[in-house]
Design a protein around this ligand. Sequence first.
Ligand SMILES: Cc1cc2nc3c(=O)[nH]c(=O)nc-3n(C[C@H](O)[C@H](O)[C@H](O)COP(=O)(O)O)c2cc1C
Ligand code: SF4
Length: 460
Amino acid sequence: MTEQPMPSGGRIALTPILSEHWGDPEPWTLDSYRATGGYSGLRAALSMTPDEVIDTVKAAGLRGRGGAGFPTGLKWSFIPQLRPGEPVRAGADKPHYLVVNADESEPGTCKDMPLMFATPHTLVEGAIIAAYAIRAHHAFIYVRGEVVPIQRRLRAAVAEAYAAGYLGAPLPGTGDGADFALELVVHTGAGAYICGEETALLDSLEGRRGQPRLRPPFPAVAGLYASPTCVNNVESIASVPAILRHGVDWFRSMGSEKSPGFTLYSLSGHVARPGQYEAPLGVTLRQMLELAGGVRAGHQLKFWTPGGSSTPMFTAEHLDVPLDYEGVAAAGSMLGTKALQIFDDTTCVVRAVLRWTEFYAHESCGKCTPCREGTYWLVRLLHRLEAGAGDEADLDTLAEVADGVLGKAFCALGDGAASPILSSLKYFRDEYVRHVTEGGCPFDPAAATVFAPATVGGEA
Ligand SMILES: Cc1cc2nc3c(=O)[nH]c(=O)nc-3n(C[C@H](O)[C@H](O)[C@H](O)COP(=O)(O)O)c2cc1C
Ligand code: SF4
């Protein structure tokens, strides 16, 4: 762990584990990964039975890093297994699949891509361990089609792992004495936010248009090719080798009781030093900002997202909320993907929410009416308000339409679209009203951009 002095005098221990070697020369190669202990987690896993690996990850308390925070070991234990003396559970006799969700498309979320770009073998090693645990002989990494350099890195790492015998061939000395070999395929999507939703991802992987599936059945029983499937986020799977290598107590020595361990927090927006900050779960934004040089010079924090654009926004009054699953939920939002987007006092909240809503309307897959129609009308209302052409009754309509989407749509994209609107109305209703009473936006968009010089139209 790296102790970082804080201007306020306090200290926060950063925990660079996933990101520890990102600055090394060529950390993406197998040689450099192995030189720093890479694949020793796999060795430890193979010395156990698959059920022992599941129990270890369960005991560590690793929570899924894809947004919902579901316990990873528990999810693995849902995959039905054939065990002597136990009744045969539905799907137990079918092939099992592991699918790594590398779609990462949420505005503000930007942790999986740098991880796969810098140290793709962490993910490959984690995938082999996870597949061994759930007894899957085929695994897929589903990655966005646009991120070509990352696909190249991943494919090169997978090819190296095949050549080194980690993939494709039986691995020696498994804990249950059975042969275990894994085929790992890197699959590229066409680039749609909805294909990050796990069941839409499975449809897309099967070659269909990506749209969410009705549940039940859940993927653990009938997922890819109607067979038991575990879908996990990149960071969740990449966190597994370290747990196997260093143990449950080590992992639990970080974070909080219900949200143990380390994680990647992604700071972006109006912050002096944006980037990935790997820290124990439960740190606060105040601590993070001190590490990141604070909000950009001369400005105040106005609002921020704890977990990407789909999580209800926070304000300066939430600076000391512990950024773990329970702490953020207790304060009325969600930890989501830990994408901390920072907006200072130059930002028009109506404009920011409009841009997010346009994203959700564009990405709505159209399967269900509340989201398909609701996001269309939300964009129209916000456009009118932002342009100063709305009236106060539009604010009630906006809240009503957003409420008609929240909790009523077929998948969580609908909730994500409604959340920024409802939370911004809660904290910044006055600002919406100003757009009405002043007949336009009171903010200068150029002042908010991080690309503009400090003084616009004068000397920079
Ligand atoms: C619209 C939408 C987009 C999503 N995009 C992603 C994504 O890009 N990556 C991801 O891991 N999970 C995404 N999720 C969450 C997944 O459905 C799923 O919960 C996650 O992959 C499970 O992994 P975990 O248990 O390791 O967190 C998305 C969910 C929704 C509703
Ligand atoms: S909520 Fe939106 S994205 Fe999800 S199924 Fe309905 S239309 Fe599709």
